[in-house]
Each structure stands twice: as structure tokens, then as C-alpha cells.
Design a protein around this ligand. Sequence first.
Ligand code: NDP
Ligand code: GDR
Length: 364
Amino acid sequence: MKKALITGITGQDGSYLAEFLLEKGYEVHGIKRRSSLFNTERVDHIYQDPHVDDQRFIMHYGDLTDTSNLVRIVQQVQPDEIYNLGAQSHVAVSFEVPEYTADVDAIGTLRLLEAIRILGLEKKTRFYQASTSELYGQVQEVPQRETTPFYPRSPYAVAKLYAYWICVNYREAYGIYACNGILFNHESERRGETFVTRKITRGLANISQGLEDCLYLGNMDALRDWGHARDYVRMQWLMLQQEVPEDFVIATGQQRSVREFVEMSAARLGITLTWSGEGVDEIGTVTAVDAAISPSVKVGDVIVRVDPRYFRPTEVETLLGDPTNAKQKLGWEPETTLEQMVDEMVAGDLKTARKEAYLATNFK
Ligand code: NDP
Ligand code: GDR
């Protein structure tokens, strides 16, 4: 039975990857952080009681900033594959905590690669690094592919740039099977609530049920290539099954603006919006509404506004990936369309909002 170790198992991707690997018959180990509240919600449905005989899902307390802990876990698990998904993954937050972001995202990657080396696992353990389209930052070529030059635009992206190159360097220097998946944005109903897609679907669903009045956003013109996380974790595994390690761009090849994502989400809640004003004065006003889905929304309501606090000191305005290499060499194709993903995200957040509104009305 193959063993995998996943850092970031409690995150969006970690939870989908753990499900995927369990289905493939792996023994799955994950590193979780100690927190004062439960932080395992995304993996609770696959949790296995440690008292059962054939436990295949095993959690270890740990942190990417703690070298001795990482070495001990890697020694104990002796993994065939390590998926390094753990990170301070929020771009805007990285401007607030740049040093911590570098410690976790850059040096954390080095610590894991060193653990492989210290333990003499160079020939046994394959290593996947969660690299990112943020490396392209101020884009130098459209669309972005494996050969496009990097120009990072945030402390997060600069930390991930170090992680990218240390991965390449350890592959070349020590023959470790290590590769970078350069993944463009991918979302799901498990996406963290402060990333823009989930903020939009959750915010609009709350507004539809009267739990909030208005959604405040930053740069409405930002363009992203959004795919579904479930499709992208399949690709992470595929990358470690090749004969020769290689870095791949994973993307859909299609691009939408934040504003378009708002419109798509609103449409699923029966809401039509028109836009007026510009920049910080831009607002989204309701021009039609299906009261059966969104009983708390009225024509004329302003439900989207821009708040400059969400602007970033340096922004990545546009990202569009070219996944040709992954398609040709790995036979990978995204299976979920953007429309299906928005349906899924809105449906999930609407269900939660309806429950909360019901409780608020009936159990005051
Ligand atoms: P999430 O933010 O959902 O998950 C991040 C995970 O990392 C969580 O499990 C978190 O733990 C854990 N983590 C954070 N800090 C530490 C630390 N110091 N030590 C150990 N674990 C830590 O991210 P995603 O699942 O969306 O992304 C997975 C990876 O892929 C990240 O590295 C991200 O940077 C990268 N990426 C993501 C893309 C996307 O669009 N989603 C695109 C390209 C790259 P906790 O739950 O306790 O907070
Ligand atoms: P990103 O994702 O920075 O691309 O990083 P995010 O969803 O945070 O932002 C996407 C774009 O939307 C604009 N935006 C807002 N963003 C947030 N979070 N909140 C807002 O209110 C808002 N309004 C507009 C942003 O300015 C940006 O242009 C994600 C993360 O998952 C990274 O870890 C990953 O590496 C990259 O995707 C690929």
C-alpha cells in the first residue's frame, strides 16, 4: 500500500486530495496545526477512529515552521509521496504578515526537502510543490505557460518563487523526484470564505435571505482563470506518477473578471444587476429579482459596493493559463465547467443561508 503525506490537509485542496488518494487505496497521513477551535471540518467526513484496525487516514500535529517536527513525521511515515499544500495562502494577508508567509511558504518547503535528504529518502519519496500562477504576477506573456518568465507581485508570490526554485534545485542537485504544479486559481464550496469567489457566493446568498445588506469588494476588473479544485488535485497526483519529474501549468484556458463572477452568482439567485459609477464609486443595483429565491432583495437595492480597503499595494490584474502541456503529456482535462462550479458554490451557500435565516426567525 502506498503512503502519502499531505501538508495543508485541512485546507481546500488537502481535503479533496485526501479523498482522492483514499479512493486510490493509499494510506493517507496529514499534518494539522493545533488550534483553539476545531479546524478539521473539511476532512471530518473521512476521519477514521484511531482505534480501528486498518486505519488508512492518520493525522499528525505539526507546523511547516517546525523543522524537528517535520523530520520526525517524515521519518515515522516514510512516505512514498509528499504533497506540500500547506501555506499562508492569502495574497492580501501576505502584505500584513510577510515574514511569517516567507517562513511557511518558502522555508517550510526547504525544510521538507531537507527532511527527505537528512533521512536518505531521495530515491524513495516523491515531492509535489503547490506552486502558483501568482508567480507570473505582472504578466510577461499571454497566455502564461511553463516557459513564461516570472514577476511576482506580493510577499506570498515571492515566497512561492523561492519554493519553486528550491524544488527545481533539489531535483537537479540531489536527484529527488520533485515537481511544481503551477496551478491557476481553483475554487469550490470548500474554498476559504475570504477568497473572492467564495466571498461573493456566500455574501450574495446571505443578502438573498436578509442576513446581510451589501457585499463590499476590491478590484472588480481583476481577471482570473478559475477552475474547480477537485479537477486540480487529480492533476497533482498525476504529476507524481510520471517517469521523469516535470513542472506543469494547470489551468482552464478561460478568463473572467471579478464583476462577471458576481453577475454569474447573482443570476443563480434570480438577481439581475446593473453597474454604475467607476472605480471606488462603482455600485451594483438590482434591476430584477425572483422573490421565490431571494425573498429579501428588492428592485433598486444597492447590493454591491467597492471598498478600497480590499485593494492590494501591488495587484495582479490578469491571469490566463495555457494547459496544453498537461493535456498532451498527462491526458488531463478539467471536468467541471465554470458554470457548474458557480452552481455548486451558490447552492451550498444558499442552503446554509436559508438554514441560518430560518433559525434567526424561529429561535430568537
Ligand atoms: P488553504 O488556505 O485552503 O489551505 C492551506 C492549508 O495550509 C491549511 O490546511 C492550513 O491549515 C495549512 N497551513 C497554513 N499555515 C501552516 C503552517 N504554518 N504549517 C502547516 N500548515 C499550515 O489553501 P488551498 O487549499 O486553496 O491551497 C493549497 C496550496 O496550493 C497552498 O499552498 C496555496 O498557496 C497553493 N495554491 C492554491 C491555489 C488556489 O487557487 N486554491 C492556486 C495555486 C496555488 P489551517 O487549516 O490550520 O489554517
Ligand atoms: P488570488 O485570489 O489573490 O488570485 O490568490 P483572491 O480570490 O484572493 O483574489 C482574486 C482577485 O480578486 C480581487 N478581489 C478580491 N479579492 C479578495 N480576496 N477579496 C475581495 O474583496 C476582492 N475584491 C476583488 C483580488 O484583488 C484579486 O485580483 C489565490 C490564492 O488561492 C493563492 O493562494 C493562489 O496562489 C492564487 O489564487 C493562484
